[in-house]
Design a protein around this ligand. Structure first.
Ligand code: ZN
Length: 442
């Protein structure tokens, strides 16, 4: 691969970046002629409308069909029996524990971790009414549980399962806040039905699991909380059933593609105001920075081809050609090429500044100004001081104090909206073959 890169003939890339795109927009498209609903709607409004907005992350697809067994509501006095079975079968699973149970069974939590299973956060007291009355309360319980897990077992878990699952409990704000703070939410695609009522018969649990559709990756919901004796009894048969079907078993990690339910009409009444949204988002983002050495704990970076083996990216910006050495651009999952905004803007003769107080990036280019509000992920475009349009810019990334923009996503998004029909040719993006190969591989 290294040689391929070295030998790869660098072709000049026909490319164009958002900034020029904006100019094309201003010059070619009459103001108001665009109905770019999604891209122009602020994040807050999109969330109000129920749209889930998550950071793009990359996940590993296991080679073999895989079952993620998950046990909720423990640890309880039944948990050691579950651990014995797992040990005997030589498999690992995931335990979504409640903080108040950890507090009274610390040794069991330690045993779970010592035996190589994954721990997830399942809130402190599992009380739906408290948890879903408002996010602030939910968040308090997540932190409390995280703290006790860390104190007892020395691990901090970014895995989270909503009591009762997310459907009808989580709105788009819950998803968004937790995602911004660096958590991943795991629902399931097989419900063993073991919590449908008290003492579900063992046979019923087994037949529910065996009657569920199979997929390459299966997240199975079971319970090891108090009162779930029959789940423990059903477990060996369930394990053998999947083993006979050729499945492997694995604990959930942050690289596991999360099974998540769609946002549905809530069972609960709660309201979110724009002001509290801004405040809460600030809390979550600060949390991410404070608690994750890499605020975007995505596996992508590991997959990024080693910088020295990549060719330079060659861009045509208007009449000017810009050669971007490998260290200057980012190549990550989801066909994602990110470029430093400052380099692009400055190469065009524009200026870019950081407004610390307002947490905004401010771009000047001739009569054109663009503000990018990093809290709301919203870009606002001004021409001769007059506001023209607002866009949501998602998936922006910071590295070493520079802001990186996924340009293909933005270009595609704008093109889809028909904004640039007349500038289509200029917006065409092609990259050097070697980079293209990497994009496909990821
Ligand atoms: Zn539960």
């Amino acid at each position: 691969m290294r040689n391929n890169y070295k030998n790869a003939k660098r072709i000049v890339t026909r490319s164009m970046f958002l900034f020029l795109a904006i100019i094309v927009f201003v010059v070619i498209v009459p103001v108001g002629a665009v109905s770019a609903k999604d891209s122009s709607t602020p994040v807050y409004d999109q969330l109000v409308s129920g749209k889930k907005i998550m950071q793009s992350r990359s996940y590993d697809k296991p080679e073999k069909p895989t079952v993620y067994l998950t046990f909720d509501d423990g640890p309880s006095d039944l948990t050691p029996e579950v651990l014995d079975i797992l040990k005997r079968e030589g498999i690992r699973a995931t335990f979504f524990v409640c903080g108040n149970q950890v507090a009274i069974r610390k040794d069991i939590l330690k045993r779970i971790v010592d035996e190589g299973h994954a721990i997830g956060n399942h809130t402190y007291n599992h009380e739906y009414k408290d948890l879903y009355s408002d996010f602030d309360h939910f968040w308090g319980q997540i932190q409390k549980t995280e703290k006790i897990i860390q104190e007892v077992a020395g691990v901090r878990t970014p895995l989270l399962r909503a009591p009762g699952g997310t459907a009808t409990n989580f709105d788009a704000f819950y998803f968004y806040y937790l995602d911004q703070a660096g958590y991943t939410i795991y629902d399931w695609n097989i419900d063993s039905g073991d919590s449908r009522k008290l003492n579900v018969p063992t046979k019923e649990i087994i037949s529910t699991v065996e009657g569920s559709p199979l997929r390459h990756e299966l997240t199975v919901l079971m319970h090891d909380g108090t009162g779930h004796k029959t789940s423990v009894e059903a477990l060996p048969t369930i394990i053998h059933y999947f083993k006979n079907k050729g499945y492997s078993f694995a604990p959930i990690t942050t690289k596991t593609n999360p099974e998540q339910f769609a946002v549905k009409k809530l069972k609960w009444t709660r309201s979110v105001k724009d002001a509290s949204f801004t405040k809460q988002l600030g809390v979550m983002q600060k949390y991410a920075v404070d608690h994750n050495p890499n605020p975007k704990p995505v596996a992508v970076k590991e997959k990024e081809p080693a910088v020295e083996t990549r060719p330079s990216l060659e861009l045509d910006i208007g009449k000017q050609q810009l050669i971007m050495p490998p260290v200057q651009y980012m190549l990550s999952g989801n066909n994602n090429l990110k470029v430093p905004l400052r380099t692009i803007v400055e190469s065009m003769g524009g200026t870019i500044k950081w407004d610390e107080v307002k947490q905004k990036v401010v771009i000047h280019y001739g009569a054109l100004n663009v503000d990018y509000d990093t809290v709301h992920h919203k870009a606002t475009i001004y021409y001769m001081g007059k506001q023209l349009k607002s866009y949501a810019w998602m998936d922006i990334e910071w590295r070493d104090g520079s802001i990186y923009v996924p340009w293909q996503v933005i270009v595609e998004q704008l093109r889809q909206k028909g904004v640039f029909s007349s500038g289509e040719k200029m917006l065409k993006l092609t990259v050097t073959p070697a980079i293209h190969a990497e994009l496909l591989k990821i």
